[in-house]
Ligand binder design. Structure first.
Ligand SMILES: [Zn+2]
Length: 456
């Protein structure tokens, strides 16, 4: 097994060396990054995905991707393409306010580069590398001029554009562009939209929505095969976050605790961002006793594990609702499914599947962090990564050109080595015992020899 791995790695490095000495564009590694918004990790166990399961069979699967707090769409999509926690890349929510510039951001008003420029997404780095371009059939930020750069090919965001049109565009750009498109993104709003509408526990509606998502994956694979891209293109299918069931029985009404004239609400639920208009401590003290299902933090006390503190766009008071609870302001109409909660909750996690020449076939891994995806993508594309919070080592077992021993293998090797050692030790002891026990006849003979002269 180990010898096989060594041979594979040697063979692959030989191939890479061969490729890099060849200047032809066709040998440049290519990567398509796909996101199905709100694809909760355990949908894979609870629903049928014939097309996705075929994709996984010939590739790799990471069952749970631990995403970043807050578990919302814009922040998590930006973490995937930068390898940074939200406090470091600056897109800290779907709704933001910057006190010093008095600028507002929302998912419907996201075009100001100011919000994106604290980080450099991989499509910009890829394009600046030279003789290669990036393309995007949507992905948060791809229609914004970040560091004065957009992907060479992109679509302005519109939820009205069909999956088919996005797929046609991205595959056309991937197959015939000069300089070649080596990094591409494809984004689709489902199953997030339906997850909000019905809630993830509505299996009747969710199974038909998830069947459509699986059909889109089937269309994607079919199209890549038709265009001759399937064998050479690396494809990652992942998501930004999961989804949990909400209920109108689980509401936290802020109006029962604080007066709305005392603060500005920048973001509502399940993480509320509060900008006080009165003394911060006084407002904090009122909120602290507001509801048992609400964690209330002053900005400086936000737990370190959230990596959500060191940015001006994070407001002075943050409220985090317990799983399934909704923060409201005298409203009763709520979504039946939501996300944004604590990123330690399994319901908030997406999955990751990948296929292509860079990835093993039929390998499964329990977990990685979503910030680990960025250094892995840079490695595949041969790009120097920007400073990031990811760990490349966490994804090594997914990649054919990396030396990696996973836990079961390591345990197997240790047990094997112990068995060999025990057997050897046993053999040595038996051999030694055999040599030291006197043979009965030799002793008699010796006595005979000794005695003989005496008798004589
Ligand atoms: Zn959503």
């Amino acid at each position: 097994m180990l010898m096989m791995k060594l041979l594979l790695i040697l063979a692959f490095s030989g191939l890479v060396a061969g490729f890099s000495s060849n200047s032809s564009d066709s040998f440049l590694p290519k990567l398509l990054l796909v996101s199905f918004d709100g694809f909760r990790a355990d949908y894979l166990q609870n629903y049928d995905f014939p097309h996705l399961q075929n994709f996984i069979k010939e590739g790799v699967l990471v069952e749970h991707v631990k995403n970043v707090f807050i578990t919302k769409t814009f922040p998590n999509h930006y973490s995937i393409v930068t390898g940074l926690y939200e406090e470091s890349h600056g897109v800290v929510a779907n709704s933001m306010y910057d006190v010093s510039t008095e600028k507002h951001f929302s998912d419907a008003d996201d075009k100001d580069p100011f919000w994106w420029n604290e980080a450099v997404p991989i499509w910009v780095t890829n394009q600046l590398h030279g003789n290669r371009s990036s393309a995007a059939a949507m992905w948060p930020g791809t229609d914004v001029s970040i560091h004065n750069t957009t992907p060479s090919y992109f679509m302005n965001y519109s939820p009205a554009v069909s999956f088919e049109e996005r797929l046609n565009n991205i595959t056309t750009w991937l197959s015939s562009s000069s300089p070649p498109v080596t990094f591409a993104t494809l984004y689709w709003e489902e199953p997030d939209a339906s997850g909000h509408k019905y809630g993830p526990e509505d299996t009747k509606h969710m199974s038909s929505v998830l069947k459509k998502v699986d059909d889109h994956i089937g269309d994607l694979v079919h199209k890549l095969k038709m265009l001759g891209l399937w064998k050479t293109l690396n494809v990652i299918i992942t998501s930004d976050h999961g989804m949990t069931q909400c209920s109108k029985e689980r509401l936290i009404n802020l109006d029962t605790c604080i007066n709305h004239t005392q603060y500005t609400l920048i973001d509502v639920t399940p993480v509320a961002a509060i900008l006080p208009k009165m003394n911060v401590t006084q407002l904090y003290n009122k909120l602290k006793v507001c509801n048992h299902h609400l964690s209330v933090y002053l900005k400086e006390d936000i737990p370190a594990r959230f990596h959500y503190q060191h940015n001006d766009r994070i407001q002075p008071i943050i409220l985090v609702a317990d799983e399934g609870w909704t923060i409201v302001i005298n409203e009763t109409l709520i979504k039946l499914g939501d996300h944004g909660y604590d990123n330690a909750l399994p319901s908030m996690h997406p999955f990751l599947a990948a296929h292509g020449p860079a990835f093993h076939k039929g390998y499964k891994q329990r977990t990685i962090d979503s910030v680990d995806i960025y250094p892995m993508m840079c490695h595949i594309l041969g790009l120097e990564p920007q400073p990031n919070n990811g760990t490349f080592g966490n994804t090594k077992c997914l990649l054919v050109d990396q030396w990696c021993i996973n836990l079961p293998e390591a345990i197997g090797i240790v047990i094997g080595a112990l068995l060999v050692l025990t057997t050897l030790t046993g053999l040595i002891i038996i051999m030694k015992n055999r040599q030291s026990v006197p043979q009965p006849f030799s002793r008699l003979q010796l006595q005979d020899d000794d005695d003989d002269p005496l008798i004589e």
